[in-house]
Ligand binder design. Structure first.
Ligand code: PLP
Length: 356
């Protein structure tokens, strides 16, 4: 039986090549590969296997961390939001999982439990993002309590930058961080992808690359190819119907697109329930049978429309690539007013993944 033709093909080789690029940029750093959100939609266990040369993994859910331990990974595993209730701590400790500690509630819970084994802590400083982390005073107080606690086996000091990918950079946050670190001697964890690519001073201790491992650029002004990164995921489907539009005819829901001349339109089996953004405007780039074209009309739940003008060989069964090989996800994301991260994470469970 022929199945619905949509698929995400993921190159394991691209993932491991991108890990080598991380090492080119940050030689000597330990790599904590960020595989949160089902490895940015690429699949937790296959990605972990392709990146098994990493010194560690970072993600959010304890359940996912336990899957990695059960699969035999002995590396460091860090929970980026730490834990959410004291009830999680015994399992965290028994499985030697590291936790981010970002607030006093976590600190109180951690210091008042009797744990089977001490746990590794990434103590988070809020250097200006105002998302997670302690202010300067709270940070010193937390550090003192962690140093004295029998529940703590090691301490890494970390922060996260809000604009490492943008013009603003990390200047103000880095000077906050340097001020708080003065006189302290602990391993550090500072860099996401953008930061480790651009800022030498953050290539230290544990680096935390995410998006670059999946082969997309973190920067609006630099392509993945220019950074030597290889896209891992290609989302594709096929044309399942063709419509001949007369001048003035619309396609799909609402009046979003009308033909200004007679034209052929292909209906591709991919919609917002597959993870393609519904807010994609007319003109979002696609590849139809290997040729660049554009979307027209409003994306439906299960289908979208592509312009077949000038692609005479295209018909039912012709492949349509939405992003990946030959069409950078960043470019599609930009056209849709979002970032490649969101496209990848939105890949719906109903889209089958094949690894090669
Ligand atoms: C997601 C995340 C990263 C990875 O960021 P990229 O931009 O994908 O490299 C690093 N650190 C923290 C704290 C994160 O939440």
């Amino acid at each position: 039986m022929m199945t619905r033709p949509i698929e995400a093909r993921i190159s394991l080789d691209a993932l491991s090549k991108n890990l080598s690029r991380v090492r080119d940029f940050a030689p000597g750093s330990a790599v904590l590969s960020v595989i949160k959100a089902d490895a940015y939609g690429h699949g937790l266990l296959p990605v972990a296997s392709a990146l098994s040369g990493s010194e560690g993994f970072a993600l959010l859910e304890l359940g996912e961390a336990l899957k990695l331990r059960q699969a035999g990974y002995r590396q460091k595993i860090v929970l980026l939001e730490g834990f959410f209730s004291a009830a999680e701590l015994p399992e965290i400790s028994a499985n030697e999982i590291d936790i981010v500690v970002h607030c006093k509630d976590q600190l109180d819970m951690l210091c008042s439990e009797a744990l089977p084994k001490p746990v590794g802590v990434f103590l988070k400083f809020n250097s200006g993002m105002n998302r997670l982390g302690f202010d300067r005073k709270g940070f010193y107080a937390a550090l003192e309590r962690l140093r004295r606690s029998d529940n703590v086996s090691g301490i890494v000091l970390m922060t996260h930058f809000p604009a490492a990918d943008l013009e603003a950079g990390i200047t103000s946050e880095m000077s906050e961080m340097e001020a708080v670190l003065s006189g302290l001697s602990f391993p550090l964890s500072l860099a996401n992808s953008a930061s480790l690519i651009r800022y030498q001073e953050t290539r230290t201790g544990w680096v935390r690359p995410g998006i670059m491992l999946y082969g997309a650029s973190p920067f609006p002004d630099t392509s993945a190819a220019a950074l030597g990164l290889t896209p891992a995921m290609t989302l594709s489907s096929r044309i399942i119907a063709v419509q001949d539009l007369k001048t003035g005819a619309g396609v799909g829901y609402g009046p979003m697109f009308r033909a200004d001349r007679p034209m052929r339109v292909g209906v591709a089996a991919c919609g917002y329930a597959d993870g393609y953004p519904r807010h994609a405007p007319n003109g979002t780039p696609v590849l139809v049978g290997g040729k660049r074209s554009r979307t027209v009309g409003r994306v439906s739940m299960d289908m979208l429309y592509v312009d077949l003008s000038g692609i005479d060989h295209a018909g039912i069964g012709t492949e349509v690539v939405f992003w990946g090989e030959g069409l950078p996800a960043e470019e599609v994301a930009h056209a849709c007013g979002t970032i490649s991260y969101e496209l990848f994470c939105a890949r719906a469970p109903r889209v089958p993944v094949t690894y090669y």
